[in-house]
Design a protein around this ligand. Structure first.
Ligand SMILES: [Zn+2]
Ligand SMILES: [Zn+2]
Length: 295
C-alpha cells in the first residue's frame, strides 16, 4: 500500500484516484473547488457500479479508500506519491508545484499529468526537483495499461525507477512519447484493453485475486439517514486504516454525524467542524461528532 495524493478532481483526477484505490492504495484527493470535491463520492460510486456491470470488479468495492480533502497540506503531508491533474495551465501548475513540494515529504515523488506543457518549466520553483516527473494516464485510466512518462530536466534515474516499480505492480506499462503528438487512444483501442482486462480477471490473475484474503472487519459505514449500519461492501479495513485519515498519527476515535463515517481522530474532526468542512469520505456537512472509546 502506497499513500497517494491526487490533486484536482476533474474528469481525469477522479479516475486516477479510483484506479489507485482499486489497487489498494490509500488515496487523498484534493481540490480547492468544493463543489467538485463534494461530487467525488457519487462519481466513484458510479464508477464502481459500472465496473461491476462490465465484469471489471469482482468484489463490491475498491480495496483502498479515497479521502476527499479541501486543504492541500492535509492531502500531501504524508504522501509517497503526488499526482497532479489540475487544469493544463502553466502558472497554476507552477504555483501548485511550489506549494506541494514545500509541504510533502522530501522524497515524495511529485508527478504532473500535463498534456503539452514543459515539465522543466512546471517545476521551476519546486524544491527537490529531482523527484518531479511527467506522468500522463490515458482516459479512462481504469484498465488502460499505458502511462506516458516524461522526465523533466531535473528528474533523477531513481525517480523513474521508483515510478516504474509502483506502476508495474499495478499492471501498468510506462512508455515515452514518440514524436511531438501525445498518444490518444481511439474508442476501439480502449475497448480492446477493456476486453483484455476482463479476460485477465476471469483467469483469476487480476488484482481481486491477489487481495481476496479476509481482512479484519473494522469498517464503519452508514447509509445517510438510516442510522448506523455495518456495510459489508466497505468493511475491508487494514491496520493502517485505524489511523486518522488526516493526521495519520492518532487513532480514529470519532463518528462524524450525520453520515457516521469513522475516519478521523477527535482533534481532526474538531478542526473539520470548526471550519465547516465536510466528511473526508462522503463530503456530507458535519453537524456533530461522537467520541468512540475503544475497548
Ligand atoms: Zn487526526
Ligand atoms: Zn461521511
Amino acid at each position: 500500500m502506497v499513500c497517494i495524493a491526487v490533486l484536482g478532481c476533474g474528469l481525469l483526477g477522479v479516475k486516477i484516484a479510483g484506479e489507485m484505490a482499486y489497487h489498494g492504495h490509500k488515496v487523498k484527493l484534493y481540490d480547492s473547488n468544493l463543489t467538485a470535491l463534494n461530487a467525488v463520492y457519487d462519481k466513484i460510486e458510479e464508477d464502481k457500479e459500472w465496473m461491476k456491470s462490465e465484469g471489471l470488479l469482482s468484489n463490491n468495492t475498491f480495496i483502498g479508500q479515497i479521502y476527499c480533502l479541501s486543504r492541500l497540506e492535509d492531502a500531501v503531508k504524508h504522501a509517497d506519491f503526488v499526482f497532479e491533474a489540475v487544469v493544463d495551465d502553466l502558472p497554476i501548475k507552477q504555483d501548485l508545484f511550489e506549494r506541494v513540494t514545500q509541504c510533502c515529504p522530501p522524497n515524495c515523488i511529485v508527478a504532473t499529468n500535463t498534456l503539452r506543457l514543459d515539465i522543466t518549466a512546471i517545476v521551476e520553483r519546486a524544491t527537490n526537483k529531482e523527484r518531479t516527473v511527467g506522468l500522463r494516464f490515458l482516459y479512462p485510466v481504469y484498465y488502460i495499461p499505458e502511462v506516458e512518462i516524461t522526465p523533466g530536466g531535473f528528474t533523477s534515474g531513481k525517480t523513474i525507477e521508483t515510478v516504474r516499480q509502483v506502476l508495474e505492480n499495478m499492471g501498468k506499462t510506462l512508455f515515452f512519447r514518440s514524436g511531438s503528438e501525445p498518444l490518444v487512444l481511439s474508442e476501439e483501442q480502449r475497448e480492446e484493453r477493456k476486453k483484455a482486462c476482463i479476460g485477465r480477471l476471469k483467469e483469476n490473475c487480476g488484482v481481486d485475486y491477489v487481495f481476496s484474503g479476509n481482512l479484519p472487519e473494522l469498517g464503519h459505514r452508514a447509509s445517510i439517514g438510516s442510522g448506523i449500519n455495518y456495510d459489508q461492501t466497505n468493511s475491508n479495513m487494514s491496520d493502517a486504516d485505524r489511523d486518522c485519515a488526516i493526521c495519520m498519527d492518532r487513532t480514529r476515535d470519532c463518528l462524524l454525524c450525520p453520515c457516521h463515517h469513522m475516519v478521523t481522530c477527535t482533534e481532526c474532526a474538531k478542526s473539520l467542524l470548526n471550519r465547516r468542512d465536510g466528511c473526508p469520505i462522503c463530503r456530507t456537512d458535519i453537524t456533530e461528532m461522537i467520541r468512540v472509546y475503544h475497548s
